[in-house]
Write a protein that binds this ligand. Sequence first.
Ligand SMILES: *Cc1c(COP(=O)(O)O)cnc(C)c1O
Length: 308
Amino acid sequence: MARVTSSDAPGPAALAALRPRLPSPLEETVDARFERHGVRLLLKRDDLVHPELVGNKWRKLAPNLAAARGRTVVTFGGAYSNHLRATAAAGRLLGLPTVGVVRGEELAGRPLNPSLARCAADGMRLHFVQRSVYRRTTEPDTLAAVLRAADAEDAYVVPEGGSNAAAVRGCVDLGGELTGAADVAAVACGTGGTLAGLAAGLAGSARVLGIPVLKGGFLGARIRALQTEAFGGPRGDWSLDERFHCGGYARVPAHLEAFTADFEQRHGVPVERVYVAKLLHALVTLAGEGAFPRGSTVAAVVTGRPFP
Ligand SMILES: *Cc1c(COP(=O)(O)O)cnc(C)c1O
């Protein structure tokens, strides 16, 4: 396997050479569905941070890529994972070998879907595992066995969705960039790492509202654990509204698709379906319910961009 020596390791300079657009733009958006309730809507355009390390994936991956110090980076995801694609792109851009452990052994014998094909084209070595095994890669023994089978034993491991303490700390600046600009900062949540860092960065100066895109009700405990890992304890003023997952991960029912296409038309902003669409739909619903006081400003974090 090709190895990069530590002298080639991408440090802060190599990451800076990729010219991320930070702080990301913050755009005022005029939308009658907020205006009629006296609420201002801002879009925090993290989708514009970098063309390939899109959105929150830049903030979460950058500290991990630095910590990998040139070692192979191995990470985990489903067949359509935004995180796998971002990691593969980072590998290509920085000259780091990457391995993607993909949930679903049955996928191994089939043509790659467009997302996995992009990963492979960016040089990521894909290793497919059974769903039952994948679920247990949080256990040290199973993880070690999977890494051995993937020929990635010495690799730097980034967990599924990229959320570890380094990633959470990488999202603190997102909160810093929004401090003083909004009363509520809202973000869609998968693993919750982005919210964990965002809330810490805002340090109680704004309320943080998380919209989980998965069913389950387990995320609050997970975010508290991530904040404890990253900062030593809970941080910021945050809560979750679990009503807007639309049936589960990557489910886009017709009403959500219609809402999203309409939002794109009204505002000329491309809307990623798995996360960002559910966030915007939640915010419009909440505004209609009078959940935001008159005179308040809500900042929606646009964490990604549609693929392809
Ligand atoms: C990965 C991703 C998220 C979820 O981030 P977490 O830190 O896992 O909660 C949100 N939005 C988009 C577009 C993503 O790609």
